[in-house]
Design a protein around this ligand. Structure first.
Ligand code: NAD
Length: 488
């Protein structure tokens, strides 16, 4: 069993301040695979002090974007050289199927770094505008010390969604991983050192939610970037509001896939359920409400059920596995609770609904398709975070849009159709941050984030960098030239 006793602070591993520990448990074997320190407020204080010093007194915030791009690219290369190690480690921590971890957990993280490494070199950090009294030098400056708080489902990727733009902007970071997935952050620490990220620029302390709140309310931080549940996001948003902290919140989802009557089911169903069951259904962007017209309802349900039942469920480290276990026993209890509630509220199971009979250990739930789901029911409204989908009938495309919008969430969505123009019309009408026609994607050049209770602000794209910058206007005497900056 692996044991760690340190946190990554100020460019090196320092002993944890407290004596508490966190057991990392395999969701497949249910055995403890590692023990790491449970971060305390003293660890957070030390990490914030290091990040503050690196920002206020260090060189980092004053380096050029091109110099920072070199470091971001080096971090990408360091992660790429450990692709397999990261994928296996994350799969062993959270049950993510290895085949999905390669792309969804690691390559995606590397690609986010590559995007921001490139953007740092082209982003307009400065411009000069013509004011009434003289030229105005408008500068985008780093927002400061960032508290980055991430969940367990895509730990490296959600960390990079924050660290990559923060580095590009010239910010420093305190990263707080979730207690379920601390191990990959130690590998990330090795990558940060190898990439030559200066001491104090990124610091990592794993801790639970109370110590997380200490980080959120710490006077030494300037911005909070949080990914996690809507319940925690509301709490963090309130704490940030009292302190007027800059804030980005990436929260839950209950996304709807609309299958129009002209959709080709042979291609639509694998693409659709691939995104519903992605990461064992533990994905904020999972398409968990499937809207099918009454005319083709039975046909759609049969195709979905057949595909769901064909999924290979098992050991996340087996490359053939398509669906692994849920992250923790309490997560399986939660998902099974939703399955029971859905049945009580009148929905019927078309396939799945139980635990796979052949797996003696592990927190598994069969891929499950519910039919005849009331759009107002608990299953259709709440985020289950497991491999469970609700198929809801509609009578017209207008009604399908209404049902899709009948949600407190608005993170993602998809439409399947052979008429792309009809798909674009639907895409414009669904109130959600990201939409895909005939598939599922999240493009790194484009903003990603939520409408409604799915969050505040955007990650990815240039918008994701802007979120780590403050704008400063410097009003200059008439006739002043600003060297190195293009005039408006
Ligand atoms: P969670 O909200 O319980 O925890 C997320 C992180 O926040 C953990 O590190 C946790 O320790 C910390 N935390 C919780 N409460 C806190 C508080 N009051 N102060 C400071 N830190 C606190 O979520 P989870 O169960 O780990 O993750 C699943 C949730 O994350 C789902 O709702 C999912 O939709 C969401 N998620 C959203 C996105 C997105 O981009 N929108 C991506 C991935 C996951």
């Amino acid at each position: 069993m692996e044991t760690r006793e340190h946190f990554y602070i100020d460019g090196g591993f320092v002993p944890a301040a407290g004596t508490g520990t966190i057991d990392v448990v395999s969701p497949h074997t249910e055995q403890i695979i590692a023990r790491v320190p449970d971060g305390t407020t003293a660890d957070i204080d030390r990490a914030v002090a290091a990040a503050r010093k690196a920002f206020d007194d260090g060189e980092w915030a004053r380096t050029t974007p091109a110099e920072r791009a070199v470091k971001i690219n080096a971090l990408s290369a360091a992660i790429a050289s450990r692709l397999d190690e990261f994928a296996k480690l994350i799969s062993s921590e959270n049950g993510s199927p290895y085949s999905w971890s390669i792309m969804g957990q690691v390559l995606s993280s590397q690609l986010v770094l590559d995007f921001y490494g490139g953007l740092a070199e082209t982003y307009p950090f400065e411009d000069v505008r013509t004011g009434f009294m003289g030229p105005v030098w408008v500068r985008k400056e780093p927002v400061g010390v960032v508290a980055a708080i991430i969940p367990w489902n895509v730990p490296l990727f959600t960390a990079m969604l924050k660290i990559a733009p923060a580095l590009a902007a010239g910010c420093t970071v305190v990263l707080k991983p979730a207690p379920e997935t601390p191990l990959n952050s130690y590998l990330l620490a090795d990558c940060l050192t190898e990439a030559g990220i200066p001491p104090g620029v990124v610091n990592i302390v794993t801790a639970g939610r109370e110590v997380g709140e200490h980080l959120v309310t710490h006077p030494g931080i300037d911005k909070i970037a949080f990914t996690g549940s809507t319940a925690a996001g509301k709490k963090i948003g309130a704490l940030a509001g009292e302190r007027l902290r800059r804030l980005t919140l990436e929260l839950g989802g209950k996304s709807a896939a609309i299958v129009l009557d002209d959709a080709d089911l042979a291609t639509a169903v694998p693409a659709l359920l691939g995104s519903s069951f992605m990461n064992n259904g533990q994905a904020c962007v999972a398409q968990t409400r499937i809207l099918a017209s009454r005319d083709r309802y039975t046909e759609v349900v049969d195709a979905l059920s057949e595909f769901a039942a064909s999924q290979i469920v098992g050991d996340p480290l087996d490359p053939a596995t398509q669906i692994g276990p849920l992250v923790a026993e309490r997560q399986r209890d939660r998902v099974e609770g939703y399955i029971a509630t859905a049945q009580k509220e009148g929905a019927k199971i078309a396939t799945g609904g139980g635990r796979p009979g052949d797996l003696k250990t592990g927190w598994y739930v069969e891929p499950t398709v519910f039919i005849d789901v009331d759009p107002d029911s608990t299953l259709a409204q709440e985020e289950v975070f497991g491999p469970v989908v609700a198929v809801i009938p509609y009578d017209s495309p207008d009604e399908a849009v209404k049902i899709a919008n009948n949600s407190e969430y608005g993170l993602s969505g998809t439409v399947f159709t052979s008429d792309v123009a009809a798909g674009m019309d639907i895409a414009k009408r669904v109130r959600t941050g990201t939409y895909t026609i005939n598939g599922f994607s999240m493009e790194f050049c484009a903003p990603f984030g939520g409408y409604k209770n799915s969050g505040i602000g955007r990650e990815l794209g240039p918008e994701g960098l802007t979120a780590y910058l403050e704008s400063k206007s410097i009003c200059l005497p008439a006739g002043t030239e600003v060297p190195g900056v293009l005039t408006a």
